[in-house]
Design a protein around this ligand. Sequence first.
Ligand code: 13P
Ligand code: SF4
Length: 357
Amino acid sequence: MSIASDKLEIIRQQVQYHLDHAEQSRLTPDQEAALKQQITDRLESENAVLIAHYYTAPEIQALAEETGGCVSDSLEMARFGHDHSAETLVVAGVKFMGETAKILNPEKRVLMPTLEATCSLDLGCPVEEFSAFCDAHPDREVVVYANTSAAVKARADWVVTSSIALDVAEHLAEEGKKIIWAPDRHLGDYVRRQSGADILIWDGACIVHEEFKARGIADLKRVYPDAAVLVHPESPASVLELADRVGSTTQIIRAACEMDNRRFIVATDQGIFYKLQQQAPDKEFIIAPTAGEGATCRSCANCPWMAMNELETLAGVFDRSDNEIFVDPELGARATVPLQRMLDFAARLNVTVKGNA
Ligand code: 13P
Ligand code: SF4
């Protein structure tokens, strides 16, 4: 199945355009402090809580912590919002995260700094084509990654995050079930190799993780032979082969704290360095090289959509009319089923998918 390669090329060009035209925001310390105070006051007066992903800018993660919010992976962002008493959830991340929060908390208002912050995995898996693909393989259990639209989730039997993807595949394989996996081909390939499950994989990719280069990491390893390599499973197989640990954002942070190494080469979005340095202040973290010869993306391990979450856009989050997440209630109810299946499975397994490492 290959619909996504052309689309990914278009997405890459769009991202390149964004990078070429993005205005560099340069706030003075006074301006930053004033914006942070303004946001803090509004969060309080609006009975709102700020929920940020590990890939957002350090100042946004710090603000979420300082205001009693949460910094975590995508699943815990939704869980935290569910358990918190705030009426409004302000989600700093990408759109599927806001949608997941809304699906699990339909009674709450969910706002985002911008709804333009999307994800190449979500873009590369349009619901009509995906549904047709599923319809063509009715004997397979449909497992989709959290990085998808509410409509794609509503078509699935299971939603998974990278923290629990392998466990779910192993569970289904034990039950003798065949799987459709979407949208990330690298994660799907990794899970297939690790679990031995019969998996048919949709052809999507993360434009950030796909740019990590095995050769660059191997070169860096020669310079720092003592460094452990931590890799997110959205990366290509050649990069995964060099990993000392493969894991989700939360699992990468945990590995950095637990492992004896003093130095780490990290193949995931560099927003995670805020948490890594906070949790393991005496260790050194080096970003894995991207954009090798012939690469089209200059992301330098920095998701362009996550980067749309800025203090300025956050400060205006309550005053605009174009940034609230709405999910059709009927669609939301259908999408809740595979999401809840994952949450129940995680609870049974006692798998920690929790953030705030
Ligand atoms: P997590 O689910 O680990 O937070 O990852 C989300 C993501 O977008 C990875 O690129
Ligand atoms: Fe999507 Fe990749 Fe950005 Fe994560 S890092 S939000 S998978 S584009």
